[in-house]
Structures are given as C-alpha cells and as structure tokens.
Design a protein around this ligand. Structure first.
Ligand code: HEM
Length: 417
C-alpha cells in the first residue's frame, strides 16, 4: 500500500505525541520533584506573562526573554547565596568559591579559558577521544548486536572530562591501562552522578545539612584523587594546566575540576541518549540518515527539547523587577529553561534556529556553559557516526535513571533496521 503525504503527516504527529510523552515519563521517573515543578511552569507560566511567585519556592520564570534578562542582570542576581548553585558548591568546597564562581576570580578564569573550547577546535578535541570507542560500538551494531546508547554515552563523557582535565585514571598497580576498558571512565561518571544526586531536594532550599556536606566531601575526594598530580604536570591545553598557569592554588584547581566532572558529564550523557531516542521515536531518524547535513539541526533540537539542565537558580541581591513582578533582595529566582525552550514545540529537525531561545539550554551571559562547544561536538560525533551507518535505528528497550538530578536514560537499547 502506498502512503500519501497526509498519511505520513498523521503518522508523524502521533509519533511526536508519543515522543513527548516518553520524555515526560523519563523526567518523572528520574526526578519526580522536577517533573512537578515543570508541570506548574507549563500550566501557569504563559498565563502570567511567564513569571509568577510560588510560595516556598520563589519567583518562577518560564519566558525565554525574561530568563535571559535575569541571567544577564549581574547587578541584581547572583549564583552565590540561597537558590544559586554556587551556594551549594561553597558549602562543599569552601569559601574561595565566592570569588572563583561569581567574583573577580570568575571573570579572570573565564577570560583566560576563553580559547580552551571553541566552535573551531571542539570537533578536533572530541574526535581523538570518541573515535575508537564509537567505532567499536558501531561495528557491533552493524553486525546486528544491540547497542546500549545510554551506557556508551556515560563511557564517552567520562573519557572526555578525564581527557580535558588531563587526569590519568585506572592504570592500577600494574601501571597498565587497556584503552578499550570503559570501567575507569564509568567509575568517574558514577561518582559524579552520586555527587550531583546529593543536590536532589534542594528545590526549596540550597542549604545542605551536615551529613550531606560530609558525603559530598568524601565523593569530591574520591573524584579528584588524581587532580594534584595532573595539576603539577598537565599541559596548558588542559583546564588544569591553564589553572596552574594562572597561579591558582591546588585546592582551587581541585574545586574547578570537580565542577567540570559534574557539569560536563550527566548533562551531556543525558542529551546523547535522549536525542538518539527522540530521533527514533519521532521517525525523523529516516531524515537524518537520508541527509546527514541534518545532524547539526538534530543536535540543536535534541538539546532544546531535552534541556538537561532544566532549572537554573539565582539569588536576588538587590531589589529589581522581573517582567511585571517586583522582586526583593533575598528572594530566590527559579528559571525553568526546560519550559522556556519547549514553548516552540516538539522535536523537529526542520525547525529553523529560534532567536528568542538562542541556546538557553546552555544558560546565558557570563556563566554561559564553558563546555557548550564540546557538548555540541560530542553529540554531533555520536549522531554523525550513527547516521553514517546509512540505516535508521529503532529503540528495542529503554529504562530511565532513578533518583537522578539530570533526567537521563539508564538503558537505551537500539538496533539498526
Ligand atoms: C549538554 C550538555 C551540557 C549542558 C546542557 C550544560 C548546561 C549548562 C548550563 C545551563 C550552565 C549555566 C549554569 C548557570 O548559569 O548557573 C552551565 C555552566 C557550566 N558548564 Fe555546562 N552544560 C553541558 C556540558 C558541559 C560540558 C561538556 C562541560 C565541560 C567540558 C561543561 C562545563 C560547564 C562549566 C565549567 C560551567 C560553569 C560556567 C561558569 O559559571 O562560568 N558543561 N552548563
């Protein structure tokens, strides 16, 4: 039977609805509190001009333009203080965070790390790390084996941060590391995930109790045990080498490495699994396989729809206004980037670039994700390699992560068709 364009259109919109539902199920399974918060944002936000005050939570913002305004209002908003991620880190890492995360130290760090990751160099940074493990995985996939994309993504992002920081991991007592062995990288990933999950339940307050701080410090020590050596010897093309060159002290470099090990792993792995699933679920995998030039749009759409960092928090340091609402110093502002990014509609590789969201999934302003070019290149590498098989894939089995700060697939088994 021949399918008409409208049959295809109807099939695709049913698939789009199912894909949206699967995303919602994933978020709810991983992080029910986040799911409830996003539901509030989706229903109330647009009716109140994209900003509303929610008791016990703070000022919730869902409009993309207002969110960008908050993120670039440096006089009134800070990520240090109740509600901001810097507040969480300061309790775990120490007072120096106040300078390095939002003070003059931060400006200097960002200036000097400007050329570390750029649009021009990112693909070249990712390829040497991804080439071999991706090729191994795809060889098996092309032979008809199942590929767990979620596990592969965890391995890949673990390898990436270890490389970016210039760490030496997993050589064990024999000093020998099998380059194909994913376990040291999966271990780095799992420790980072445990550390991030300690922030679950901080939606109402970023004040941590003593037990959580102690647990976090133990995990940080585990995660960064190789940092002091790398800090002494890493080349200046790595973040740790750059920190040494800038005259940072060892504990500060350790803190920044922790930030990268957490910020650059769960988010990127989440985007990889979810984009591979979204392509299959919406049927658009066919389009990308037929025209690999669409990979770039698939990367953008995957990041937009999944928005792995679904919420960004800020602390109000000076009275100001957000949209129609007057906000007072001491309040928290909760920016629902996931809601804002999804206002444009469902995953669509033919959707043109949207100037209102730009790339809000990476934040905006002076804290715009430092690793954004790397994250995009990671996703493009994986999708490009999958598309280059010349065959669409389908999801055979899936399972969400549980109790995760960043919603992600724990298992995403695909096969080629
Ligand atoms: C899809 C993947 C990623 C997403 C969605 C993401 C998202 C974000 C967002 C929204 C922020 C801003 C937070 C704020 O304003 O409070 C941020 C900051 C940051 N990200 Fe990413 N990120 C990703 C991957 C990465 C990677 C791969 C790295 C490292 C290689 C990285 C390193 C950082 C760092 C260091 C910051 C802090 C920047 C600053 O405060 O100046 N991220 N990220």
């Amino acid at each position: 039977m021949l399918l008409t364009d409208s049959d295809v259109g109807a099939g695709r919109s049913a698939a789009a609805r199912r894909a949206r539902l699967r995303e919602q199920v994933l978020i709810t399974a991983a992080n029910p509190g986040l799911s409830a918060l996003l539901a509030v944002g989706r229903t109330l936000g647009p009716r109140r001009g994209g900003v509303l005050r929610v008791p016990r939570l703070g000022v919730v913002v869902t409009d993309p333009v207002l969110i960008r305004g908050v993120l670039t209002d440096y006089g009134s908003m800070s990520l240090l203080g109740e509600g901001g991620v810097g507040h969480l880190w300061a309790q775990v890492l120490g007072e120096w965070v106040y300078d390095a995360f939002d003070g003059p130290g931060h400006v200097s760090l960002r200036q000097r790390s400007r050329d570390l990751f750029t649009e021009a160099n990112a693909a070249g940074i990712v390829a040497p790390v991804f080439d071999a493990p991706v090729a191994r995985a795809l060889t098996r996939l092309e032979k008809g084996y199942v590929l767990d994309v979620a596990a592969l993504a965890r391995e890949l992002v673990g390898r990436m941060v270890v490389h970016l920081l210039g760490l030496r991991v997993g050589s064990g007592r024999s000093g020998f590391l099998d380059p194909a062995d994913p376990s040291p990288y999966l271990e780095v990933y799992a420790t980072g995930e445990r550390l991030a999950s300690l922030a679950l339940g901080t939606q109402a307050s970023t004040e941590l109790n003593g037990r959580t701080v102690a647990q976090a410090r133990t995990l940080v020590a585990e995660l960064t045990r190789d940092v002091p050596t790398a800090f002494q010897h890493a080349p200046t093309s790595t973040l740790l080498g750059r920190c040494r060159e800038m005259g940072l002290r060892e504990h500060e470099a350790t803190g920044l490495a922790t930030l990268m090990l957490v910020a650059g792993t769960e988010t990127a792995a989440s985007a990889m699994g979810r984009t591979v699933a979204l392509l299959a679920d919406t049927g658009q995998v066919q389009d990308v396989v037929a025209d690999p030039a669409l990979v770039e749009a698939a990367v953008r759409e995957g990041l937009r729809v999944s928005t792995p960092a679904a919420v960004i928090g800020r602390h109000v340091v000076r009275d100001t206004v957000v949209g129609h609402l007057a906000v007072r110093a001491g309040e928290r502002v909760v920016l629902l980037t996931h809601v804002a990014d999804n206002l444009a509609g469902g995953f669509d590789v033919r959707r043109p670039y949207d100037p209102s969201t730009r790339q809000l999934w990476f934040g905006a302003g002076r804290h715009l994700c430092l690793g954004a070019p790397v994250a995009r290149a990671e996703l493009a590498h994986l999708l490009g390699a999958l598309a280059a098989t010349g065959r669409p894939w389908r999801v055979r089995r899936r399972a969400p992560s549980r109790r995760a700060l960043v919603p992600a697939y724990h298992r995403l088994e695909i096969v080629l068709r």
